[in-house]
Design a protein around this ligand. Structure first.
Ligand code: BGC
Ligand code: MG
Length: 565
């Protein structure tokens, strides 16, 4: 797959696409080879799949760029700004949901999984995006949401209208309530966003009746994956997008879907959006793996297409089960995203992530930030220190073998924004009774240019979340002309990662390093040093490729990292 490899991306656009593995193969057709070409366990002699060392760039479409002036980002806005992604040097886009949705959870409540919401420009805008991105050698992966639908989905509306007992209700998890009048929910499960995970419906006869399960918001009823219609429809969705040239999927709540048949009570778990523990019966039920095997059978008909699961499972062995050769290609590993700026904890997170992937000879993945967990700069303390640490950790992540996910705005060093109460939109805010502010702070639109909000993001001053005036200095335009900016730093780092042989190899060797620091070496010869302490670190001998902060006498200041060869 020579020209399809991320290595070739320095020479984008690719002049000679190689069949279906190439992003240029827009209108993909299923191919008869059921083994697929994408399995990381494919024999050592097989060429690596395109994604095996890719940098994915996560686009939160509401917040990237607005083309039609309604204050909400959309797909044509993204298409117009693809040059930013080319300059940054990423291999693929992961697009958060753009399918038809009432937007109760900003697209994770899907009313029609096989059409694009008009808010984002409709189907034609996605087709334009795919064509333009492929032309530039950038692949497009999109979110799919199998665990639940929107309550506006025709299936759910039919289930409400049908009343208890019918086949329409069997596509969801409807149950009678407990207690003499059925007023007590069927079990004690909580919604991930707060409040009960059950809502009671009013039956067609006008009386209170059954309850339905929703692990997330009331508008996100959980599907019953024991009903074969559910997979049949999901398969249709996967094929629909793959045949339109999509290069793969990020599978939302990939550890959800299957529920224990008796729906047992769960231990008391506080509200922690997507941070559940492994003994939580709401997630990671063993029968989920049969679903993943069925999904993989579909994926394997489209060689080169990748499946990436959101797998919030802590235990390495349990996590790795999702990466068996007939399940997902890649699984998000969130250890780094949950780790403080502490050398011991970081090394532990890296070692565990590598060990977990190694169980199934899967490709490791690295994530520091996304639309759920918040921005790195803020998590590491905010301000200059937070930014310095975010840059340093980006170098650690980019030095590791495997796949990296960047979250839009991470390359600009954006922090989370403290939004006023009245601006908050995440369902968590309401459902937690205003105790959890939710995830809006990391979803504020991207500043592109100019001195004042909306900084070229939109022509509409009233953006869907307000943009802070002090972001003028962080805009893409400002940072592009400053060689020391965070954006220039990311561009340089990605260029090195893509172009230098020292980043080859899958092994990571830890070198002796003083307290509060770490140094590792890759098989190809790259050394990465991180100083998470408060004293300068004398670097090992070697030629400096890049440092996240200025060095003095080959010593690394606190809160910074360096690459050496
Ligand atoms: C997504 C969240 C979403 C949830 C429900 C997640 O894991 O990343 O943003 O709220 O699934 O679909
Ligand atoms: Mg718009």
């Amino acid at each position: 797959m020579g020209s399809g490899s991320p290595r070739a991306s320095a020479r984008r656009p690719e002049p000679n696409p190689m069949g279906s593995g190439s992003p240029r193969a827009s209108a993909r057709r299923p191919e008869p080879n059921p083994m697929g070409s994408g399995s990381p366990r494919a024999s050592a002699r097989r060429p690596e799949p395109w994604w095996s060392r890719a940098v994915f760039y996560q686009v939160y479409p509401r917040s990237f760029a607005d083309s039609d002036g309604d204050g909400v980002g959309d797909l044509d806005g993204l298409t117009d700004r693809l040059d930013h992604l080319v300059e940054l040097g990423v291999d693929a886009i992961w697009l958060n949901p753009v399918t038809v949705s009432p937007m109760a959870d900003h697209g994770y409540d899907v009313a029609d999984p096989r059409d694009v919401d008009p808010l984002f420009g409709g189907m034609v805008a996605l087709e334009r995006l795919i064509a333009a991105a492929h032309q530039l050698g950038i692949r497009v992966t999109m979110d799919v949401v199998p665990n639940h639908t929107s309550s506006a989905h025709p299936w759910f509306q039919a289930a409400l209208a049908a009343g208890p007992g019918g086949t329409a209700r069997d596509r969801y998890l409807f149950r009678d309530g407990r207690g003499p009048d059925g007023t007590v929910p069927p079990n004690n499960w909580k919604s991930v966003f707060g409040g009960p995970a059950w809502t009671r419906v009013v039956e067609p006869n006008g009386k209170p009746g059954q309850w339905y399960l929703h692990l997330f918001d009331t508008e996100q009823p959980d599907l019953n994956w024991d009903n074969p219609e559910v997979f049949a429809d999901f398969e249709k969705t996967l094929r629909f997008w793959l045949e339109r040239g999509v290069d793969g999927f990020r599978i939302d709540v990939a550890h959800g879907m299957a529920k224990p048949p008796d729906l047992p009570d769960s231990p008391d778990l506080g509200i922690a959006v997507l941070q559940q523990s492994d003994d939580d019966p709401r997630f990671n039920h063993p029968s989920v793996h049969a679903i993943h095997r069925d999904i993989r059978t579909v994926m394997d008909r489209y060689p080169g297409a990748v499946s990436i699961g959101e797998v919030w499972v802590q235990d390495n062995a349990r996590w790795a089960e999702y990466l068996r050769p007939d399940e997902l290609h890649l699984g998000f590993n969130f250890r780094l995203a949950r780790t403080d700026f502490d050398a011991t904890e970081i090394r532990d997170a890296v070692e565990n992530s590598l060990a977990a992937a190694a169980i199934e000879a899967a490709t490791p993945t690295w994530t520091l930030a996304n639309h759920d967990v918040g921005r790195v700069v803020t998590r590491y303390g905010g301000g200059e220190v937070g930014l310095a640490r975010a840059r340093a950790m980006a170098m650690v992540m980019l030095a590791l073998p495997g796949v990296v996910f960047l979250y839009n705005g991470q390359e600009l060093g954006l922090p989370d924004v403290e939004l006023p109460d009245e601006a908050l939109q995440d369902p968590t805010w309401e459902r937690s009774g205003h105790t959890e502010r939710g995830r809006d702070g990391c979803r504020v639109p991207i500043p592109w240019c100019g001195d004042n909000p909306p900084f070229g993001f939109s022509t509409h001053a009233d953006t869907w979340l307000p943009m802070p005036p002090e972001w003028a200095a962080l805009s893409v335009e400002e940072q592009s002309i400053d060689p020391d900016s965070t954006l220039s730093f990311f561009r340089h780092a990605l260029q090195l990662r893509r172009g230098r042989d020292e980043f080859d190899g899958t092994d990571v060797q830890w070198l002796t390093a003083p307290k509060d620091t770490l140094i590792f070496r890759r098989g190809g010869g790259l050394m990465c040093a991180l100083n998470a302490g408060d004293r300068p670190l004398a670097l090992p001998a070697g030629e400096l490729l890049l440092a996240s902060a200025p060095l003095a006498d080959h010593t690394l200041p606190p809160d910074s990292a360096a690459w050496l060869v």
